[in-house]
Design a protein around this ligand. Sequence first.
Ligand code: HEC
Length: 95
Amino acid sequence: MHKLSTKKTATLIIICLGLAGFISINGCVESKKVADKTGAQIWSENCQRCHNTPAPKTFNDEEWKTVGMHMQSRALLTTNERDKVVEFLQSFNHL
Ligand code: HEC
């Protein structure tokens, strides 16, 4: 019968923990980068994945808020990211 030695099992566990740690540290770095993005960046990187990006002047401020809430769930944005995109789009109505 073949059995993993205790030493081999321990080594495997250590490798797994190390990998998990590495991935979670990387995850933090990634979300920090995303948190630093401007509304314009988030908009240009997300909103045309599914459709042509609507021109910012298409909607008034209230409408952009509604669109933001609607598209936040589609684009899987955080509330902070959504607010930045909405502010970016609304800003064109105040030029
Ligand atoms: C995962 C796909 C997807 C992403 C990402 C996405 N949209 Fe949409 N969007 C849709 C679909 C599907 C519709 C039409 C059906 C609906 O309204 O849900 C739509 C409709 C719209 C409309 C029409 C008005 C409305 O609310 O129906 C606007 C404006 C819009 N999207 C803006 C955006 C903006 C701005 C972003 C980026 C924050 C975005 N979308 C990201 C899929 C997406």
